[in-house]
Design a protein around this ligand. Structure first.
Ligand code: UD1
Length: 360
């Protein structure tokens, strides 16, 4: 069996790490294709090194661009690779433009397509990721879900049960596999000299937050307000850095907040595990906060990861009100939610290899 896996952006490297390791353990042949959507060392190479992912067989080096152009260039590259490789499966993860490009090319080339993390919905079509998820799910042959809510969602959208398997969440596999190793941090994080529970970890990268001047200013003012009572550590995505510079806010925030470069996976896990609160607009970080049992504030009005909210580990706050952001972060400090394992048992990668080995 030959599986052609498409990755391109930071969260996909994390998801691929445990699955590729399981494929290798079983002797399943994998062709790893990196679209090049993320290319900075801190967003790409560093994840391969840390997580022990093998060198991609192909790197399409597509880089950044407007959605249509970026996705179209990926499709052109992927069509060549998929046609040449003729894999038994094309596997895509999550909801990025790399996911969408892989899904469209595989389905039109009539190569069986498997989508890992299928069925997630925010019900907000203004998010590019929501379009990517919906389209990918509806052209996939096999839809592998992380949660019961995702499974039910796909059934509600008319996808036959025979194409859906609930395997659990591969990011939980990664958290269990690499979480312990995260006790050794890089020099740049060690230099912050952070004490456990003494800081709030914040991240912001979604266009919906960074590209809206009202929201960008509100999150900055919210974080600055938090810094009056607790340290705030902010690993900055390059897109967010540019927006802060353009808005003249970078200097202001840097005076009160520990602004650091984007973190490697292990540094991020370490920062989460010892934080008082995590505040983020990232989907992955909401889950990782839950895996490591830290309270999270999500800077959005909806989330795909509803279980984290239902269990009391996560709360939502509109990203356009600095006072509400600061208050939500302050009131999350010290909060614990209920215990449950909605994301499976940490063996999603084993289940994925099993399902693919069984075939359709
Ligand atoms: C993408 C995904 C998002 C995911 C995120 C993880 C889409 C639509 N979005 O968002 O779902 O949560 O990755 O990080 O696929 N840039 C660099 N260096 C890089 C990559 C990007 O400087 O290596 C800058 C460029 O200015 C680029 C901008 O970041 O235009 C956005 O990059 P892009 O990959 O389009 O989206 P992300 O915001 O990273």
């Amino acid at each position: 069996m030959k599986v052609l896996t498409v990755v391109g952006a930071r969260p996909q490297f994390i998801k691929a790490a445990p699955v590729s390791a399981e494929f290798a353990r079983r002797g399943i042949r994998e062709v790893l294709v990196h679209t090049g959507q993320h290319y900075d060392h801190a967003l790409s190479r560093c994840f391969f090194d840390e997580l022990g992912i093998s060198e991609p067989d192909e790197n399409l080096a597509i880089g950044s661009g407007p959605h249509g152009e970026q996705t179209a260039r990926m499709m052109i590259g992927l069509e060549g690779v998929i046609t040449a490789q003729r894999p038994d499966w094309v596997l895509v993860y999550g909801d990025t433009n790399s996911t969408l490009a892989g899904a469209l090319v595989a389905s039109k080339a009539h190569v069986p397509l498997v989508h890992v993390e299928a069925g997630m919905r925010s019900f907000d079509r203004a998010m590019p990721e929501e379009i990517n998820r919906v389209v990918t799910d509806h052209v996939s042959d096999l839809l592998l879900t992380s949660t019961i809510a995702a499974t039910l969602q796909l059934a509600a959208e008319g996808i036959p049960n025979s194409r859906i398997r609930q395997v659990g969440d591969v990011m939980y596999d990664a958290a269990l596999r690499f979480g312990e190793r995260a006790d050794a941090v890089s020099e740049s994080v060690a230099a912050l000299d952070l004490a456990a529970d003494d800081y709030v970890l914040v991240t912001v990268h979604r266009a919906a937050t960074t590209d809206d001047p009202v929201r960008l200013r509100a999150v900055v003012e919210g974080f600055v307000a938090v810094s009056d009572w607790k340290r705030v550590v902010w690993p900055l995505h390059p897109r967010t850095r540019r927006r802060l510079e353009d808005a003249g806010l970078l200097e202001r925030v840097s005076r009160q907040v520990d602004v650091i470069p984007p973190c490697s996976y292990l540094d991020m896990i370490r920062l989460i595990r010892f934080s008082a609160v995590v505040a983020t607009d990232s989907g992955g970080l909401q889950k990782e906060s839950f895996f490591h049992r830290r309270p999270c504030v999500t800077l959005r009005t909806e989330t795909e990861w509803v279980e984290t909210v239902e269990l009391g580990w996560n709360r939502l706050v509109a990203p356009d009100d600095s006072g509400a952001i600061a208050a939500a972060i302050q009131s999350a400090d010290g909060v614990s939610g209920s215990e449950a394992d909605p994301y499976g048992d940490g063996r999603a990668s084993v289940a994925i290899a099993d399902v693919l080995s069984q075939g359709l």
